[in-house]
Design a protein around this ligand. Structure first.
Ligand code: NDP
Length: 369
C-alpha cells in the first residue's frame, strides 16, 4: 500500500483545489474511467444505531449500494427489506451468515456489531470470501487484530476499518498541510474525545462486549488523531484513569488521559471520557504554526482553524464519503488513505500499551511491534 502522502498527492493531481473538494465529487470524476457503472454491493452486519446512520448516508453514495443485511432481529430485517429494497435471499442471521459465500449480489460486508464481536464476525466474513469493513475499535486487542488481518490475507479479501475521518476534507487538509511543512516541525499535540454515556445497562459498559470503556470507544479518536498529526508511531505511553462513578463504570474505564512519546521527541497529550459532554478537539502545535479541529471527531460539520486562517473545506456526509472512498479503492484498485486493517492494528497496539500502563499505575510502557 502506498503512503498517505502518495494518496493525497494522487488526489491533488489534476484537481488543483482537491483538498477542498468532497470525496463523492472526487469519486465521481475518478469513476468516469473504468467501472463507470459498477457499484460496490454492501451487506450490513448488525442493524443498530450506527448501522442506521451508515445506511442513511449511503443513500448519497455514487459507488456503493446496500444489497444485503445480517441481523439477529427478524423485525429489523423486515424494516430494512422494505426501506432499502433488499430481497429476501440477501438476508441472513448470525447462524446462516456463512451462506453469504454463495451470494453473487454481495461484494463486501460492513461489520457494525459490538466491539468484542468484531474478531469473530470478521473471521466469518473472510471465510465466506467477501471483502470486509470493520467498525472501530478493530478488536479487543492487537492479537485479535493480527488474526483478523491474517485471515483476510489468507482468504484474498480486502480488509478495512471504518475510520471515516481519513476521508473527511478538513482532516485531510490538516494532514496535507502538515506533510507540506505548513506548521514546521510538530512540537506537541493535544486531543480529547468523549461524551456523557447514558443507559447503564448498555453493552458499551460491559467488558465482555465492549472490550473496554471510553478508551476503546472514543480514546481511539484521540490516539488516531495524534498519529495523523505527527505522521509517526508512538514508542512509549503513560496513562492515568479517573473514575467518579465506580458503580456505573464497574467493568470499564470512565475517563482516561494518556501521553504518547514519538521517535522525534514529540509528546502528545490525549484524553477520552464517558463522564461528560462538550469535550472534543484536536490541536497540533508546530514551531512555525498551529492547527486546530473543533469539532474534530464527530459526524460533522468538522471545523478547522490554523495560524494561516480557517480550513475552508467541504462539509460532507461522513458515511457516504467513506463508503464511496472505499468503493473507489476496491472497484478501481486504488491505494487507500490509511484505512486498511493494518491502520486499526497500529492503534490497537498502542491501546494495549495504554491499558498495561493503567494496570501498572501509570508506568511508562515501551511499545514493541
Ligand atoms: P448498537 O448497540 O446501536 O448496535 C449494535 C448492533 O449489533 C445491535 O443492534 C445488534 O443488531 C447487533 N448485535 C449482535 N450481537 C449483539 C449483542 N450481543 N449485543 C448487542 N448488539 C448485538 O451499537 P452501535 O451501532 O452504536 O455500535 C456498533 C459498532 O459501531 C461499535 O463497534 C461502535 O464502536 C461502532 N461505531 C462507530 C461509529 C463511527 O463513527 N465510526 C459511531 C458509532 C458506533 P441486530 O439486532 O441487527 O443483530
Amino acid at each position: 500500500m502506498n503512503s498517505r502522502r502518495d494518496f493525497l498527492q494522487q488526489v491533488s493531481l489534476g484537481l488543483g483545489t482537491a483538498a477542498f473538494t468532497s470525496f463523492p465529487a472526487l469519486a465521481n470524476q475518478l469513476a468516469k474511467g473504468a467501472n463507470q457503472d459498477k457499484k460496490l454491493r454492501v451487506a450490513i452486519m448488525g442493524l443498530g444505531g450506527y448501522a442506521n446512520i451508515v445506511a442513511r448516508g449511503m443513500q448519497e453514495c455514487k459507488l456503493a449500494t446496500i444489497t444485503g443485511v445480517i441481523s439477529g432481529t427478524p423485525s429489523k430485517i423486515e424494516t430494512w427489506k422494505q426501506k432499502y429494497n433488499i430481497p429476501d435471499k440477501n438476508t441472513y442471521n448470525y447462524e446462516t451468515v456463512g451462506q453469504i459465500k454463495n451470494n453473487p449480489d454481495i461484494d463486501l460486508v460492513y461489520v457494525i456489531t459490538p466491539n468484542s464481536l468484531h474478531h469473530k464476525h470478521v473471521l466469518q466474513i473472510a471465510a465466506a470470501g467477501k471483502h470486509v469493513i470493520c467498525e472501530k475499535p478493530i478488536a479487543d486487542n492487537a492479537k485479535q487484530a493480527r488474526e483478523m488481518i491474517a485471515a483476510c490475507e489468507k482468504a484474498g479479501v480486502k480488509f478495512y476499518i471504518g475510520y471515516r475521518l481519513h476521508f473527511e476534507p478538513h482532516t485531510r487538509e490538516l494532514i496535507r498541510m502538515r506533510e507540506a511543512g505548513a506548521f514546521g516541525k510538530v512540537m506537541h499535540v493535544n486531543n480529547y474525545a468523549g461524551f456523557k454515556i447514558g443507559d447503564p445497562t448498555q453493552w458499551r459498559l460491559k467488558k465482555s462486549l465492549a472490550g473496554g470503556g471510553a478508551l476503546m470507544d472514543v480514546g481511539v479518536y484521540s490516539l488516531n488523531g495524534a498519529r495523523y498529526c505527527t505522521g509517526e508511531e508512538p514508542i512509549w505511553v503513560t496513562a492515568q484513569e479517573s473514575k467518579t462513578d465506580p458503580v456505573k463504570f464497574k467493568e470499564v474505564d470512565e475517563t482516561v488521559t494518556f501521553q504518547l512519546g514519538f521517535p522525534s521527541g514529540i509528546i502528545a497529550n490525549c484524553g477520552c471520557t464517558y463522564g461528560f459532554n462538550n469535550v472534543e478537539g484536536l490541536k497540533l502545535m508546530g514551531d512555525k504554526g498551529w492547527a486546530q479541529l473543533n469539532p474534530a471527531f464527530g459526524y460533522g460539520p468538522i471545523r478547522g482553524n490554523t495560524h494561516l486562517g480557517p480550513i475552508n473545506a467541504a462539509d460532507v456526509n461522513h458515511q457516504a464519503n467513506q463508503m464511496d472512498g472505499i468503493a473507489d479503492c476496491i472497484l478501481n484498485n486504488k491505494p487507500d488513505p490509511n484505512v486498511s486493517g493494518h491502520e486499526g492494528l497500529k492503534d490497537m497496539i498502542v491501546l494495549d500499551a495504554v491499558y498495561e500502563s493503567l494496570r501498572k499505575n501509570g508506568a511508562k510502557i515501551m511499545i514493541s511491534r
